[in-house]
Design a protein around this ligand. Structure first.
Ligand code: FES
Length: 99
């Protein structure tokens, strides 16, 4: 298990993103978006608008909770099926995505 040398500031809540298909686990904060964390760790999630409209960045969430504020780019059905828009989803605690 890798030892994290991240400094977590007091006013930021830590979170963790598990990219299951990429076999990568990344420490982040609850203010990061899934898309940005993926990008800065070399994981490609196709994206377009980056504000929750186009739906290009839709990924399947395997477990955990996100805080998602989208602008119509995902259907209620997809949300019920566990999909999220990576560009406008912030991880709450540990979140596992299928990418
Ligand atoms: S990039 Fe358009 S909805 Fe996420």
């Amino acid at each position: 298990m890798p030892i994290s040398d991240d400094v977590i500031l007091d006013d930021l809540k830590s979170a963790k993103l598990v990219f299951a298909a990429s076999d990568k686990t990344v420490d982040c904060t609850e203010t990061d978006t899934v898309l940005n964390v993926a990008k800065s760790n070399g994981i490609v999630i196709p994206s377009g608008c980056t504000f929750g409209v186009c739906g290009t960045c839709k990924v399947k969430k395997k477990s955990g909770q996100v805080h998602m504020i989208h602008n119509g780019g995902i259907s209620d059905e997809d949300i019920e099926d566990g999909y999220i828009l990576a560009c406008c989803s912030n991880p709450v605690g540990t979140v596992e995505v299928d990418i």
